[in-house]
Design a protein around this ligand. Sequence first.
Ligand code: 13P
Length: 249
Amino acid sequence: MRRKFVAGNWKMNGTRAQLAEVRAIAEAAAKLPQIDAALCVPFTLIASAADAAGAMPIGAQDVHEAEKGAHTGCVSAAMLVEAGAKLAIVGHSERRADQNETGHAIWAKAAAAHKQGLGVILCVGETESERDACRAERVVQAQIEESLPEDADGSWLTLAYEPRWAIGTGRTPTPEEIEAIHAAIRRKLTDLIGDRADGVRILYGGSLNGANAAAILAVENVDGGLIGGASLTAEKFVPILEAAAASSR
Ligand code: 13P
């Protein structure tokens, strides 16, 4: 039985003025011991958010693959650990698109984060034209093949399926579409890492909110959610945590 995992991705939002939201979210998460919750915040907020969050893990939204060196503007896994991060997102579609991140770079980032003891949320997802061309499953499976570290297991690695066309748009795939692609992801994981695939959680992300969370989190092989806009305030995020807890009963 995989525990539900709900993570917020604050993207390029959040300054110290929002620490009260971190505190309120962490307090609500502490009352839901049947699920795992986390918030991935901008680099600049990791240390103060980690202080504010108590037992709730704080994560980063990216990590550099190298341990140190001449990489202006980048942050290493060891730096994240020192700042108080417990996990890092890698391969988010906004970084694949904006920073031209390749599958190999994402593989290296995941491995570097794991080496320093960070949990990893590895994101995959198709574009709208790829879905329209019935290529979603193939695209997502290829992304996993390129970027999944060989030693991946559920103790440190989580996958997040985020169709690009559903991110920030208010549109989501149907539960049937989500079920089909999460099953395809599980099959690909099993091909690559055998029985260890059973322990790897697969999150859904893309316009998840308090209104649709219960239905989406009930879908087979949906082990939680990765949430952008609706994770920025306790008012919007806590109902998603509660829906995950309710679906874990
Ligand atoms: P939204 O929840 O804002 O659609 O964002 C999803 C996402 O990209 C989380 O990583």
